[in-house]
Every structure is written in structure tokens, then in C-alpha cells.
Design a protein around this ligand. Structure first.
Ligand code: GDP
Length: 197
């Protein structure tokens, strides 16, 4: 899946633009600035993906990457911008709700959470959408390099505890740092297991 750099396929602002459901896919979601572009770049081996969907006020898009011709990796639009206008939040929710409900080939959403901050209210809103849509999701802590070793374990435990009563949450947390390369292999392995199933 990750033998070579993964090709960027296309950006989809509407569900009609999505590729066919001919293969499984995994998606990445998270609050703006959580480190999603950095993680997607680390996973796919691509250095630069235009971050248009990350700019407040721009069209929100689902960015598709090809994983070895066997699966898709989907970079979902970020959420939780401080100055996001109401319409933008509404558009995000609409697009994501429709995507989650209509995408039978979606194996799991990896929800990125900044290890320094843990799960915030805006994250809970996003997790709630996935619980409602019964879409399997797994939390990936980002920027682990910003925490001391002892703080890392505590953050992981706290995050697991917060997910306990959430029906669609996968009961394991991945911990990563794109900067230091921590946990990248583990995320890739988790994706590979999902694709093999
Ligand atoms: P996005 O908005 O979620 O796509 O986040 P970006 O990938 O653009 O990263 C947002 C900011 O966090 C940038 O300043 C990155 O350099 C920084 N960042 C991303 N990943 C890491 C990481 O693993 N460790 C640290 N310390 N900073 C990171």
C-alpha cells in the first residue's frame, strides 16, 4: 500500500465527484491545525498537497489519494476554525454527514487529536456525527513530541477513558508525531489490516 508515493487523485467538493466504491477507503479528520496535512504527507510520502481546503472560507473538499491501486485514503476537510462563519460549519456538517452515511466502502475514519490538548468540544461534535452514522473511527494523537514521556501515557489513558461510552469508537488509540516519525508505521499497519479484512 505504501511501497511508493501515493498518487493524489482528486478533490471532491460534492459527493457526485467521489470515485466509485470499488475498493475500501480510510479517511482522516481533525480540527484545523491538528497536524492532519503533516500526517497525511508522512503516510503518503507526498511533500505538498495544496491546502486550499484548509483555508477558512474556501470550498471544503474531500481529497482522495490512491493507496497502491488497492484502497483510497481520504483527507477530510478540517473543522473547528476559530473564525468560521456559521454557513461554513453548516456546509462542513452537511458534506460530512452525507459522506459518512453514503459511503459503504469507508472502513474507518482516523480522527486526529492534538496530544497537547486532548479531546475538545468541537472534537466531541465530530465524534458524535460518526457515532450517529455508525461509522467506525479511531483516535490518532498528533504532535506527541510536544509531550514528555510520562505525559504521553497519561494522555493516551485519558483519551481511551473518554471514548469508552462512544459506540463507534475503536478501543485503541494511536500516538504519532509527524515531526519525529513516531507512530507512522503503526498507522500504516492499522490501515493495511483494515484493507486486508
Ligand atoms: P492541519 O491544519 O491539520 O493540516 O495541520 P498541519 O499539518 O498544517 O500542521 C499545523 C501546524 O502543526 C504546523 O505548524 C506544523 O508544523 C505543526 N505540526 C504538524 N505536525 C506536527 C508534529 O508532529 N509535531 C509538532 N511539534 N508540530 C507539528
Amino acid at each position: 500500500l505504501f511501497a511508493g508515493p501515493c498518487d493524489f487523485l482528486r478533490s471532491c467538493a460534492k459527493l457526485e465527484q467521489l470515485p466509485g466504491m470499488d475498493r475500501p477507503e480510510v479517511a482522516f479528520a481533525g480540527r484545523s491545525n491538528v497536524g492532519k496535512s503533516s500526517l497525511v504527507n508522512a503516510l503518503t510520502g507526498r511533500k505538498t498537497l495544496a491546502k486550499t481546503s484548509n483555508t477558512p472560507g474556501r470550498t471544503q473538499q474531500l481529497n482522495y489519494f490512491d493507496l497502491g491501486g488497492q484502497a483510497y485514503l481520504v483527507d477530510m476537510p478540517g473543522y473547528g476554525y476559530a473564525q468560521a462563519p456559521v454557513e461554513q460549519v453548516r456546509d462542513w456538517t452537511r458534506l460530512v454527514k452525507a459522506y459518512l452515511r453514503g459511503r459503504a466502502s469507508l472502513a474507518r475514519v482516523f480522527v486526529l487529536i492534538d496530544a497537547r490538548h486532548g479531546i475538545k468540544e468541537v472534537d466531541k461534535d465530530a465524534l458524535g456525527l460518526m457515532d450517529q452514522a455508525a461509522t467506525s473511527y479511531q483516535v490518532v494523537l498528533t504532535k506527541l513530541d510536544q509531550l514528555k514521556a510520562a505525559e504521553r501515557d497519561a494522555r493516551i489513558e485519558e483519551t481511551l477513558a473518554a471514548l469508552k461510552r462512544r459506540p463507534a469508537a475503536f478501543p485503541e488509540v494511536l500516538a504519532t508525531s509527524s515531526r519525529d516519525g513516531i507512530g507512522i508505521a503503526e498507522v500504516r499497519a492499522a490501515i493495511a489490516r483494515l484493507i486486508d479484512e
